[in-house]
Design a protein around this ligand. Structure first.
Ligand SMILES: *[C@@H]1O[C@H](CO)[C@@H](O)[C@H](O)[C@H]1NC(C)=O
Ligand SMILES: *[C@@H]1O[C@H](CO)[C@@H](O)[C@H](O)[C@H]1NC(C)=O
Ligand SMILES: *[C@@H]1O[C@H](CO)[C@@H](O)[C@H](O)[C@H]1NC(C)=O
Length: 269
């Protein structure tokens, strides 16, 4: 009986869909943890309404979840490594990399995450296109792929950049001395108090593409050659393989869906 009414509801919905062609009311993002260790995914809403999904959860190895966002949402998604929320602390140091203000559930106003962290960024708010990246601008902490079912390019940094990280950018490290991140040269400058006038951050005297060529960004080629489809410095759009676009749906239910995978199989991309 229940099954029957469920089926008739479905039939009703799809009929309504076909005749009305209403604009979609949600977008969907799946977050998969394919790492052999637990990751604590997080997201931060840059614009648009907060999703119903709380922005922070535990993902055991080989698990995932899908959450809905508003059609005009924009924000970032990342993973946190080696977390311990048992003290009840709401400081970012609850995780060895990627931690946020708020603890397990990142604060929706201040919980942007502490770099270095590999970030998936997505902007659904444009009228004709979604815009997305996998960014290592502020460093790296997990291999990531950001793919879609729309036939649009895959953004990614699917390889391990932590173990072979340049010495001056290495870390943070876990208790056994294993790296759980790799800073960018910009982040290193920022941590040293020089975010405002840095050739690595393309700020101050270096604040234009002309004044900030890739050759002036230390270790750019380490990141970009290892992860050609990532966003690896402030003006990396010029590489043509940093910022990707996917046409928006115009009808109900035709929107492209996205999947963020931590530790993806690089040979499957
Ligand atoms: C996004 O759409 C919602 C309705 O779903 C609206 O209330 C909100 O103002 C919009 N936000 C932005 C930033 O456009
Ligand atoms: C988030 O951070 C703001 C600013 O520090 C604070 O006022 C607010 O209470 C926090 N939200 C939660 C849910 O803790
Ligand atoms: C930034 O630093 C450079 C040297 O690296 C210096 O020549 C320049 O004057 C500085 N610019 C500003 C705006 O402080």
């Amino acid at each position: 009986m229940q099954q029957f009414s469920f089926l008739s509801t479905l039939a009703f919905i799809s009929l309504a869909t076909m005749v009305s062609a209403e604009p979609s009311t949600a977008r969907f993002i799946t977050v998969l943890n394919d790492c052999p260790f637990t990751v604590w995914p997080a997201f931060f809403t840059a614009s648009g309404p907060q999703p119903e999904q709380v922005p922070g959860w535990e993902a055991k190895p080989r698990t995932g979840l899908t959450f809905a966002t508003a059609t005009n949402w924009s924000g970032r998604i990342w993973g946190r490594r080696v977390c311990d929320f048992s003290t009840g602390s709401t400081n970012p140091d609850t995780c060895l990399s990627g931690g946020c203000n708020g603890g397990l559930i990142c604060n929706t106003t201040t919980g942007t995450g502490v770099p270095p962290a590999t970030l998936a960024t997505i902007d659904f708010s444009g009228t004709s296109k979604d815009i997305y990246t996998v960014s290592v601008v502020d460093g790296y902490n997990l291999p990531m792929a950001f793919v879609n079912n729309g036939g649009c390019s895959f953004a990614s940094c699917p390889v391990d950049l932590a173990t072979s990280c340049p010495v001056d950018l290495a870390g943070p490290f876990d208790r056994d001395g294993q790296p759980v991140g790799c800073k960018s040269a910009c982040l290193r400058d920022a941590l040293a108090g020089n975010a405002g006038n840095s050739s690595n951050c393309c700020t101050g005297s270096f604040g234009s593409q002309e004044a900030c060529p890739t050759s002036s960004v230390e270790h750019y080629s380490y990141f970009k050659q290892s992860c050609p489809n990532s966003f690896a410095y402030a003006f990396d759009e010029s590489s043509g393989t940093a910022v990707f676009q996917c046409p928006k749906a115009v009808k109900f239910d035709e929107d492209v869906e996205y999947t963020v995978t931590f530790c993806p199989d690089p040979f499957n991309l």
